[in-house]
Design a protein. Structure first.
Length: 273
């Protein structure tokens, strides 16, 4: 059985991973896949004060839905519960095998967490829609985000059952469409240890291989002149279909045929309804 989700659903997947495991007999293989759900706390040095998923915002979510008592106790016992929606503060305590699929240049966290609500927003949006238009200041701020993001992942308590694929393609979300699952690895050669995201997850799920790779070579976001994912994915999938060789089965297909319960929530407040 697989519990999986993307974006806010990826955060929910991490929160409920051990609880999901408890629903099944010990003889059942249970694993979790969190896709772009590793939302980080804002740090000094990540740009000017801006609106976004800050500690204050998460505190409001927790208060509005009165969920402090439902947060992981391993986290709330040692720190302010308002910090226990951040995966960096509770993922290290998860016992069930968990795979994190992330971009070190998460497009949603950068757009909504670092872009100023006013004063320079227009230029920023041009940059985010076409990376070739980014100026040195914008790139430096994104590199600052990347550095903090990777640092928080590296500081997680070690767990050999945890998988990790952290690339540098400017994207948020990989599982909703085959293009995101496959093509994020194709653009800009975002392949880690000679494996695509699908191959890495398959090896981890079936073999228990401790795939834990972070792209530490690319200090700038990778992508294409246009960030229109629909167009990019269509071109990528067309190329893949021309070059593919039919096989009797593939591990990614076997994963999708396994019992899969998904959490696809879009907005943070919906996590706890």
């Amino acid at each position: 059985a697989i519990l999986t989700g993307s974006s806010a659903g990826g955060l929910a997947t991490s929160l409920h991973c051990d609880g999901f495991r408890a629903l099944f007999p010990h003889t059942t293989t249970v694993k979790c896949i969190s896709d772009s759900g590793f939302f980080i706390a804002r740090e000094n040095g990540m740009g000017p004060p801006v609106a976004g998923v800050t500690a204050e915002y998460f505190a409001q979510v927790i208060a509005t839905h009165d969920i402090a008592k439902s947060l992981p106790t391993a986290c709330t016992n040692k720190m302010d519960p308002n910090l226990c929606l951040y995966p960096e503060n509770f993922v290290g305590d998860i016992k069930t095998p968990l795979f994190l699929i992330e971009s070190a240049f998460d497009s949603i966290q950068i757009e909504f967490g670092l872009v100023p609500a006013f004063g320079g927003k227009a230029a920023w949006m041009q940059c985010l829609r076409n990376l070739t238009l980014c100026n040195s200041t914008e790139l430096e701020i994104m590199r600052g985000f990347r550095a903090v993001f990777i640092e928080k992942l590296v500081k997680l308590d070690p767990n050999p059952s945890r998988g990790m694929f952290v690339h540098s393609f400017f994207r948020h979300g990989h599982l909703l469409l085959r293009g995101g699952w496959t093509c994020s690895s194709v653009y800009g050669d975002n392949v880690l240890a000679n494996k695509t995201i699908g191959q890495a997850v398959s090896d981890w799920y079936f073999d228990g291989s401790p795939f834990q790779m972070i792209d530490t070579q690319n200090s700038n976001p990778r992508g294409s002149p246009t960030q229109d994912y629909d167009i990019l994915d269509q071109k990528c999938l067309a190329t893949l279909s021309l070059n593919s060789t039919p096989t009797s089965h593939s591990r990614p297909q076997l994963i999708l045929s396994t019992l899969c319960i998904s959490l696809w929530q879009i907005f943070i407040p919906l996590l706890f309804y």
